[in-house]
Design a binder for this molecule. Structure first.
Ligand code: AMP
Ligand code: ZN
Length: 486
């Protein structure tokens, strides 16, 4: 709100209450959407790593102008239409290791929304139009424009806009509640039949879940105006209290140097990229490689680079867990690990500077790999080096090697949507690489055996956990080690 970087302090003790505007479930999510959702996921993970208890709520917008238009086009009910894309959103989020927030749905909170409108009307802040729609009277909120820093001098009192999304020069009284139109979904309510406007949804659900004042509200930069401006206006004028203390907006990404758009052919859903054979972990890594506030240029080359980076980190971890080291410790390695942890923390503490945190871990990997080659990593250095990697991964979440299983799911899904023709050789190979994956499993089992033979049960446990994360159950019997897929 202040347009300055401020020290983060929650309103209440150690608890952070945060709300992110979620997807409008009318299509598969694109990488722009996921740029924002991954940025918020990173924030969520980092706040927890920093010792806060975080209550994180996200809405699913399951009724709005676009949904109504597209479900009518497809000849299905709003509910049938949105259920499909909500499921896809949850699956896609899991595919790129987004931890699921508490999800709340607009259509499950309609009575509360009608109630909110009545209270605004009682206070003279909203009015009913002739068709039964309700509008918020922005002239009543003198601070209107305080988030977007736009000057609304001379705007016309009483002029109205019914659409959920609109440009800044049409700052008008906006629709809180829309009267039913023929063929549109509508609900009976205490203020008459109709459906909520998008802005109202988020105010009602965020305050219901987190209280009238909460710590942080997030979304993509396009939401600053009108969506968040309108949320502030209706919430603060009703409660008389500040709404969200901090605002977090992710910058829109470019794709191959241009604004992403279907007409330019640079529009990608997450599934489009996996169909092309890219790993979910590469996508996540690339999306986090530029701090949320800076412009990220998403390119296919960048994605290939990201894959190499993730591979390097995974190989390094494998080297540490599977290697044999001489007894003792090397002060240089101990310092390296400690300094890396401190550098990562300082970077993320600085308005989530993800690029610098990544630079810190790669410096560590470079130095430690060199030390590995010259035998300068000792047994007692393994734990602190692994701990630094774990700290990194608690936030970045790319180390677990579970891409193949996730890609297989996209491979299996493709025919159901007529996308089989888009399956690349890369995806086909990865999805059908049962043999290769078996070889990888056997390799890890062999490493487990040799670790156990030298009574290094810690390494054995790490390997076993890796296998479990990849869906492989390992059974250790007195006759040896057996495994099977879950
Ligand atoms: P929507 O599903 O359109 O409501 O958008 C869901 C989230 O994605 C919102 O927070 C948007 O601000 C964000 N978003 C949409 N397009 C982009 C983009 N190109 N880059 C970054 N974030 C985006
Ligand atoms: Zn919202």
């Amino acid at each position: 709100m202040s347009s300055r970087i401020e020290e983060f302090q929650p309103l209440r003790d150690n608890e952070v209450r945060m709300y992110a505007c979620g997807p409008t479930v009318y299509d598969y999510g694109h990488i722009g959407n996921f740029r924002t959702f991954v940025a918020v996921d990173l924030l969520y993970r980092f706040l927890r790593q920093s010792g806060y208890e975080v209550r994180y709520v996200m809405n699913i917008t399951d009724v709005d102008d676009k949904i109504i238009r597209n479900s009518a086009r497809d000849g299905v009910s709003v509910q049938q239409f949105t259920a499909k894309y909500e499921t896809a959103f949850i699956e896609d989020s899991a595919m790129i290791n987004i931890e699921q927030p508490k999800l709340v749905r607009a259509t499950e909170n309609i009575p509360q929304m009608a109630e909110f409108v009545s209270r605004l009307v009682e206070k003279g802040l909203a009015y009913r139009a002739d068709d039964g729609s309700y509008y918020f009277r922005i002239a009543k909120f003198l601070q209107y424009g305080k988030l977007s820093k736009k000057d609304f001098q001379g705007m016309q009192d009483g002029a109205r806009v019914a659409a959920d999304e609109y440009e800044k020069d049409s700052a008008r009284d906006f629709a809180l509640w829309k009267a039913p139109k023929p063929g549109e979904a509508s609900w009976e309510s205490s203020i008459g039949p109709g459906r909520p406007g998008w802005h109202l949804e988020c105010s009602v659900m965020s305050m219901q879940e987190l209280g009238e004042s909460f710590d942080l509200h997030a979304g993509g930069e396009d939401l600053i105006f009108p969506h968040h401006e309108n949320e502030i206006a209706q919430s603060e004028s009703l409660t008389g209290k500040p709404f969200a203390k901090f605002w977090f907006h992710a910058r829109f990404l470019l794709v191959e140097g241009e604004k992403m758009s279907k007409s330019l052919g640079n529009f990608f859903t997450l599934r489009d990229l996996v169909l092309k054979g890219h790993k979910p972990s590469s996508i996540r890594y690339l999306l986090t490689s530029v701090p949320y506030r800076n412009q990220l240029n998403f390119t296919i080359d960048g994605l290939k680079q990201a894959a190499v980076s993730v591979e390097r980190l995974r190989n390094f971890r494998l080297r540490l867990t599977a290697g044999n080291f001489a007894d003792g410790s090397n002060a240089a390695m101990q310092t390296l690990a400690a300094e890396t942890v401190a550098r990562m923390r300082a970077a993320l503490d600085d308005d989530l500077n993800t690029a610098q945190a990544q630079a810190a871990i790669f410096d560590m990997v470079r130095h430690a790999n060199a030390a590995f080659d010259t035998g300068d990593i000792k047994k007692d250095d393994v734990v602190p080096l692994l701990a630094a990697l774990t700290k990194f991964d608690q936030v970045f979440a790319v180390l677990d090697d579970d891409d193949a299983a996730k890609m297989k799911r996209v491979f299996d899904w493709a025919p159901s949507e007529g996308r089989d023709k888009d399956i690349s050789d890369g995806l086909r190979e990865s999805a059908q690489s049962g043999k290769l994956a078996d070889a990888d499993i056997e390799k890890k089992i062999a490493e487990m055996k040799s670790a156990r033979a030298s009574r290094d049960f810690k390494t054995s446990d790490v390997l076993r956990a890796d296998l479990a994360a990849a869906g492989v159950l390992v059974e250790i019997t007195k006759d040896g080690i057996r495994w099977r897929r879950k």
